[in-house]
Ligand binder design. Sequence first.
Ligand code: NAP
Ligand code: HSE
Length: 444
Amino acid sequence: MPDGALELSEKAGKMGKDGMNIALLGLGTVGGGVYKVLKRQAPEMMQKLNTELHLKKVLVRNPKRHEMDVDDPSILTCNFEEIVDDPEIEIVVEVMGGIEPAYTYIRDALKAGKSVVTANKDLIADRGGELLEIAEENNVELRFEASVAGGIPIISPLKNSLAANEISEIMGIVNGTTNFILSKMSDEGMDYADALAEATSLGYAEADPTADVEGHDAARKVAIMATIAFHTRVTFRDVYTEGITKISQKDIRYANALGWKIKLIGLAQNTDEGVEVRVHPMLIPLNHPLATVSGSYNAVYVMGDAVGDVMFYGYGAGEMPTASAVCGDVFSVARHTVIHAQGSTRDNVYRKIPIKRIDNICSSYYLRMEVEDKPGVLATIASIFGNNSVSIEQVIQKDKVNDLAELVIVTSKVRERHIRDAMLILNSSSVVKNIASVIRVYSE
Ligand code: NAP
Ligand code: HSE
């Protein structure tokens, strides 16, 4: 075993008060990263934590397939009971993903008096409140820093460093896969399918990348952040969600020509009309800092009444950045356990704020449509918008598509319900053949 390497099962259980045993559930992209980071950190663990961490068990579906991934294959198991029933294991790290069996394993580990660290946003966005209560009842911790924005610290700042603020808004790019795809499509003209395949091979995408490209993963992260920031329960189902699958090269070219980048944005605002939570593509001006966030990088803006604006930036996905967040949580739990001072990790939900309906949000909109190429069409379209309280800010007519004219219209800021009403009429009008895309535009 190399110098300072993570000591495995031989030593586990014999450490007494100087050592702490942990178990890892999952040894895929993130689990593999956690294994490497713990190994790298082993030489200085005692100085950092006043204890040593020993990886006693690693749960996988198929231990045989992972024998080359660990120094001591005897730590591999496919039997969770070997972990939950072992009183010497104090911290369980869940990096398997999915709702079940992850939920049952985390619940049982907490009930058995073990602290849990997880990267599982599906689970935290859906049943986090319930699991946090179980952690509290059992006087242990449940931490989930890696569940939002990969390696970027955001959960702990929201809960701790920014706790003295009334937070009004969180806005950001919180999915690495879709940001990588949009960057490749925009900067290199790459095909959507090729860019997704590359994001998957780099370990950014979820086991089922539909969650990434349809915006569900980002919606889960928005729900988690909004719950903590606004102290009201926001679930995944509350978040209005659109993904990037309808974004075409044509829209990307128009965006570039108009001085915008298309980004998948997650937004949470605490407004007088309720909590506004949404995830959808947005046209961002090139001089906005989020427009320069490329590849698998993520960035999150938080607006607080005392601090003002703060921005968090870094890798939002991938093996080592995510392992950094997971291991940071493991180290926090270890420090607290050593001094017998496990802190409360609850999300502090004490308000009940209604969720604002998407119809009521205000935005400006980009619409690309194919229309009949004859005099008077523009006037008809303008009057439909006007009759529905929508004013037009820009009109661009460039390409012809099969004898139809392609129109791009940018509206001023209006209520979403007005755009929807106008679109219903446009769709039934004889001059409009197709509304090919509708994308919200960033406005202050
Ligand atoms: P992954 O590469 O698919 O790895 C999953 C691991 O879990 C595999 O080792 C698998 O075992 C094991 N596993 C799955 N179901 C299991 C079961 N029922 N019993 C035992 N073992 C099981 O996934 P990942 O990308 O590391 O993601 C893990 C979690 O981290 C997910 O919640 C994900 O959303 C989250 N996350 C991922 C990233 C990222 O960049 N990838 C970033 C932040 C958060 P086998 O190897 O034997 O199949
Ligand atoms: N699939 C996720 C992403 C992993 O691409 O952002 C990090 O949560």
